[in-house]
Design a protein around this ligand. Structure first.
Ligand code: TYM
Length: 332
């Protein structure tokens, strides 16, 4: 690892097949950051069990997510790409950090409030403690930058607060991380209800485009996307949230600016616009899907890569864990 480069950490939950929200909001930037940063990426399987998971599905989604990581261009030779539960330091560090986190601050987390509503039959302690596990992920690796979509900003703020609190007591032993949120793509919304974020666990499959959706499915879903009755391709998140979301997606997929897109579709109807958006997404996803098919069939290759990565991750994580335990006063 190159000490001159800043450390980056991010993770994604294997709670379903990834959406283009995850791709444009996070993964695409993770790939780009590998050149200039010292990157660590993780499949956050411990986070995934804060909501009910069927064992076979969790197992399959974990491998699938690892294969997607590699298929989009995360490179195990450049970055450490590991599975969270393979490094036990994450759970142990979470316990330590729990004792420096207040009940009140966790009660204020938006995601906890939302998930308590959508999973009202299972508001478990892990769901409440989720942000502390995330803080442990980040702080174990001396992370300077955390690239995520907009929805994770509050959790990164919490990690910063916890790190500052620990440092206030024991001296500067934890690096205080900064969020790194992209200008476009940070919040891709549902195709069926643009007031909600696009989510891989949405019960309505028309609400999201999965990274592995077939071209026909992608076109069908975009055709059904909610817009408005104005027939005007103009960016206005307040009064035209559906159209603005499609413009954001098109901008992420083509690299064109919002102004260029408004010009391109001047005088054209939503039918043409939706087809262009769908085609641009098909063009982005096709090569990823081809690569995914190749990688997912080679489990031995993936297994070799995540085993080595977990050892490298554990070396860094165990050092941070030991330093904090010493400071707290554990007899080591
Ligand atoms: P997760 O698995 O929900 O999402 C993974 C990444 O995708 C981003 N994202 C989006 N970006 C734009 N538009 C959307 N609709 C959209 N939906 C999701 C998320 O912001 C995220 O970057 N708690 C995290 C996983 C995690 C983590 C960490 C992240 C665990 N430990 C440590 C950073 C650092 C999560 O549930 O992401």
């Amino acid at each position: 690892m190159d000490k001159a480069k800043k450390r980056v950490f991010s993770a994604i939950q294997p709670s379903g097949t990834l959406t283009i929200g995850n791709y444009f909001g996070a993964l695409k930037n993770h790939v780009a950051m590998q050149e200039d940063y010292d990157c660590i990426f993780s499949v956050a399987d411990l986070h995934a069990i804060t909501v009910k998971q069927e064992p076979e599905k969790l197992y399959m989604h974990t491998l699938e997510l690892y294969a997607i990581f590699l298929a989009v261009g995360l490179d195990p030779e450049k970055s450490i790409i590991f599975i969270q539960s393979h490094v036990p330091a994450h759970t142990e560090f979470t316990w330590l950090l729990n004792c420096f986190t207040q009940f009140g601050e966790l009660s204020r987390m938006h995601q906890f409030k939302e998930k308590s509503k959508t999973h009202s039959d299972n508001i478990n302690a892990g769901l409440f403690d989720y942000p502390v596990l995330m803080a442990a992920d980040i702080l174990l690796y001396n992370t300077e930058l955390v690239p995520t979509g907009q929805d994770q900003k509050q959790h990164i703020e919490l990690a910063r607060n916890v790190a500052q609190r620990v440092n206030g007591i024991y001296g500067d032993i934890l690096v205080v991380p900064e969020p790194y949120i992209p200008r476009t793509g940070a919040k891709i919304t549902s195709l069926q209800d643009p007031s909600k974020k696009m989510s891989k666990s949405d019960s309505n499959i028309n609400a999201f485009i999965s990274i592995l959706d077939e071209p026909d499915t992608i076109i069908k879903k975009f055709k059904r996307a909610v817009t408005d009755s104005e027939a005007l391709v103009k960016f206005d998140e307040e009064s035209k949230p559906g159209v603005s979301n499609l413009m954001n997606i098109y901008s992420c997929a083509t690299g064109r600016s919002i102004a260029e897109i408004e010009k391109e579709f001047e005088g054209k109807g939503y039918g043409d616009f939706k087809m262009a958006v769908a085609q641009s997404v098909v063009d982005v996803l096709s090569p990823i899907q081809a690569e995914y098919k190749r990688i997912i069939s080679d489990k031995a290759y993936m297994s070799k890569k995540f085993t080595v990565a977990a050892e490298r991750a554990a070396d860094i994580a165990n050092d941070t864990l030991r330093r904090l335990k010493e400071k707290i006063g554990f007899y080591i």
